[in-house]
Ligand binder design. Structure first.
Ligand code: ZN
Ligand code: ZN
Length: 337
């Protein structure tokens, strides 16, 4: 099959012919219909954090083409989305819903071969069926929507809660949709890119501010707003500290952006205001299944985020372009053209 392989930090990725995956006893092989290009892939390629030969890609959907000997309840030709997160189902980390950090089970597209490829092997327990009438590509949005949904769950935001989404990259935008599903609002989105700010309004933000013109703290002061929760999705320097400053008493700041920043914390303010801090990375199996259900029911306008579709051959250059995304939101790799 054809697949996009990580080469090295300088070259990035390249398309190559590799053997088709064969299913282990508890796996299926999925013919990949669509795989979203993720900022975390862009980062790990840029920072040389992948093993040579690694196939990235973890936001995918497709059709089952082969079943392992021990797999029951699934059939060839079935439309599926799949959580990339492996779980042993036994350890304390998995029991906490943090399969992503399971010390034994690998994650597809991170340390197991991923879906920038024509075929990918998937443990059957990670599959979720898609309705046959749903355009297959839509299933590929379940992964990033789950990241946003998990962040919203950690924030505790619900009906009537004012929430700030700081950063309007893909995860900020999926978080806005997840906040809408949770009934939270008003939702204020803050970002720099004009195109992505427009996307924030398109998917449900009530107010969108341009952080090149007004800072989040200035906005909060001028509008007299304090937030029940802030989802920090920007990785902008100082954003986390700013986020804490605009919370109302008892509010929660959830860090969702991949950032190497080491922030200092106003400890007295935290205790006197009763603030909460959480880090959101990945999601539970339940959250993933809920995301598929929301997409299948048409409750989230995920298709509005697709900026481009590219072939497998154009996927390496698209990953490079996402290093400076500008107004690009989501690029989808279509391995069969
Ligand atoms: Zn991702
Ligand atoms: Zn485990």
């Amino acid at each position: 099959m054809r697949a996009v392989l990580y080469i090295d930090k300088e070259e990035g990725t390249a398309v190559s012919d590799v053997p088709d995956p064969s299913p282990g006893p508890d796996d299926v092989v999925v013919s990949v219909d669509a795989c979203g290009l993720c900022g975390s892939d862009v980062h790990s390629v840029q920072n040389g954090q992948c093993a040579p030969g690694q196939i990235l890609g973890h936001e995918f959907s497709g059709r089952i083409v082969a079943l392992g000997a021990g797999v029951t309840g699934w059939s060839e030709g079935q439309a599926v989305a799949a959580s990339p997160l492996g779980s042993c189902g036994k350890c304390r980390i998995c029991a906490r819903g943090l399969a992503f950090r399971c010390p034994v089970a690998p994650n597809i597209g991170i340390n197991a071969q991923g879906a920038y490829a024509q075929y990918v092997a998937v443990p059957a327990r990670q599959l979720v069926a898609l309705p046959p009438e749903l355009p297959l590509e839509l299933g590929s949005h379940a992964e990033p929507l789950s990241v946003g949904s998990q962040a919203v769950k950690l924030s505790g935001a619900g009906p009537g809660d004012p929430v700030l989404v700081y950063g309007v990259g893909p995860i900020g935008l999926y978080s806005i949709m997840a906040l809408r599903l949770a009934g939270a609002g008003p939702i204020v989105a803050a970002g720099r890119s004009a195109g992505r700010r427009q996307a924030a309004a398109d998917v449900g933000a009530d107010v969108v501010i341009d952080t090149r013109e007004i800072s989040v703290e200035e906005y909060a002061t001028q509008s007299g707003t304090r937030f029940a929760a802030v989802l920090e999705c920007s990785a902008a320097p100082g954003a986390f500290t700013e986020a804490l400053a605009v919370l109302e008493p008892g509010g929660t700041c959830v860090e969702v952006a991949l950032t190497p920043e080491v922030a200092s914390l106003p400890l007295f303010g935290m205790l006197s205001e009763g603030l909460h801090i959480a880090g959101a990375c990945a999601f539970s199996d339940d959250t993933y299944r809920e995301s598929v259900a929301h997409i299948a029911a048409g409750r989230v306008p995920v298709e509005r985020l697709v900026s481009e579709r590219v072939t497998l051959d154009d996927t390496p250059s698209a990953l490079k372009r996402l290093q400076t995304p500008g107004s690009l939101v989501r690029i989808v790799s279509r391995p069969w053209g």
